[in-house]
Design a protein around this ligand. Structure first.
Ligand code: GCO
Ligand code: MN
Ligand code: MN
Ligand code: MN
Length: 386
């Protein structure tokens, strides 16, 4: 039971299971693995796909000979394991050149280099069959607002993304972009800090139909907001192109914890949402194992992400089939149609009728909504007591 199937679309980044445990206070504790080795490891745990930043696959200073050798090994590993590459991205945050941002840097040389690097990363992703290109602007921000004008930053960001959309169109790539928000870390403050900001920004682009979002659990939790609500808003707008699953305590550094390991109830409602609406994209785990682990622990971590998702998917099915829960849900949503006269699309007659309609506020407000019972039934179900 709880065996992953290809149609579940569970994916990991090279940088997730390949994470070596370095943090700001300590060095790497796991040995390096090649991209091909990571693909075999992902094959073992039952992943469907592997995603990469340009430099997870090809080091930034690789010669063309090295590049071809790495690609060859990686391609062979994909073939041997059957894994695909649904998403690719570019690293615009690690190299010192990006210390003050990439697309939003004050230095035009940096902005131009960032565009060049991203076009090459797009070519690389497309070469391996990707259909989604993620842009996470980790360094697009400030520590001091003396350094940059936030309106210029928005304009520069827009100009860059418009450029890249036209590049993909001109190349006739079958590619969509997914923008990933994060409120802070590594910058003191990052522009477009939440998925909601990203959605508003996308509407201002030249090709909004090519651009959606890649919300990440941890990033919305860092901002203290309800992740599932952000995902739902993106979904409703037709913009949920990709998703980064992990977990995170609010108010802390970016933890990238195993999916479902911190807020199980939030994870449950998220999985239930994705499954109920029929989200068909990748379930990408952008997380990494605790620094305490060796590579057996990394596999435990990866299998855990998948297993928790599948268990929660099962629980969602159970919730939808539970008679007592569903009878409460219908009670909550009861509608005798009496208000149809007043609701829906505006008309002058409707507005006039509504203004004349008396309402018994006290009577309406006096009804208990039974949400306590509904929530406890959910808890009982999650804890295995139903
Ligand atoms: C983070 C980010 C990154 C991005 C990834 C894609 O942890 O802050 O999630 O992991 O998702 O770099 O570009
Ligand atoms: Mn992410
Ligand atoms: Mn991270
Ligand atoms: Mn993260």
């Amino acid at each position: 039971t709880y065996q992953p199937k290809p149609e579940d679309k569970f994916t990991f980044g090279l940088w997730t299971v390949g994470n070596r445990g370095r943090d700001p206070f300590g060095c790497e504790i796991r040995e390096a693995k090649t991209p091909a080795e990571i693909v075999y490891m992902l094959g073992e745990v039952g992943a469907y796909g592997v995603n990469f930043h340009d430099n997870d696959l090809i080091p930034i200073d690789a010669t063309s000979g090295e590049t071809e050798a790495i690609k060859g090994e990686f391609r062979k590993a994909l073939k041997d394991t059957g894994l695909v590459v649904p998403m690719a991205t570019t690293n615009l945050f690690y190299d010192p050149i990006f210390k003050d941002g990439a697309f939003t840097s004050n230095d035009p040389k940096v902005r131009a280099y960032a565009l060049q690097k991203t076009m090459k990363a797009i070519d690389l992703g497309v070469e391996f069959g990707t259909g989604i290109f993620v842009l996470w602007g980790g360094r697009e921000g400030t520590e001091t607002d003396a350094s940059k004008n936030p309106v210029d930053a928005i304009k520069r960001n827009r100009e860059a993304i418009n450029f890249l959309c036209d590049y993909a169109l001109e190349k006739k790539y079958d590619l969509k972009f997914a923008l990933e928000a994060k409120p802070n870390e590594p910058r003191g403050d990052i522009y477009n800090p939440t998925t909601g900001h990203m959605l508003a920004f996308i509407a201002t682009l030249d090709h909004p139909e090519m651009v959606g979002v890649n919300p990440e659990v941890a990033h919305e939790h860092m901002a203290g907001i309800n992740f599932m609500h952000s995902v739902a808003q993106a979904w409703e707008a037709g913009k949920l192109f990709h998703i980064d699953l992990n977990d995170q305590y609010p108010g802390r550094y970016d933890q990238d914890l195993r999916f479902g390991s911190r807020d199980l109830k939030a994870a449950f409602f998220l999985v239930k949402f994705l499954e109920d609406v029929g989200y068909a994209g990748s379930r990408h785990f952008d997380a990494h194992a605790y620094r305490t682990e060796d590579y057996d622990g990394v596999k435990d971590f990866a299998r855990g992400c998948i297993r928790t998702y599948l268990m929660l998917k099962d629980k969602a099915k159970q919730w939808n089939a539970d008679k007592e829960i569903q009878s409460l849900v219908s009670e909550i949503n009861a509608d005798d149609g009496a208000m149809n006269l007043f609701l829906g699309k505006y008309s002058a007659a409707k507005a006039a009728a509504l203004k004349a309609q008396p309402f018994d506020r006290a009577a309406i407000a006096s009804r208990g909504l039974k949400y306590e019972r509904l929530d406890q039934l959910t808890i009982d179900l999650l804890l295995g007591s139903r």
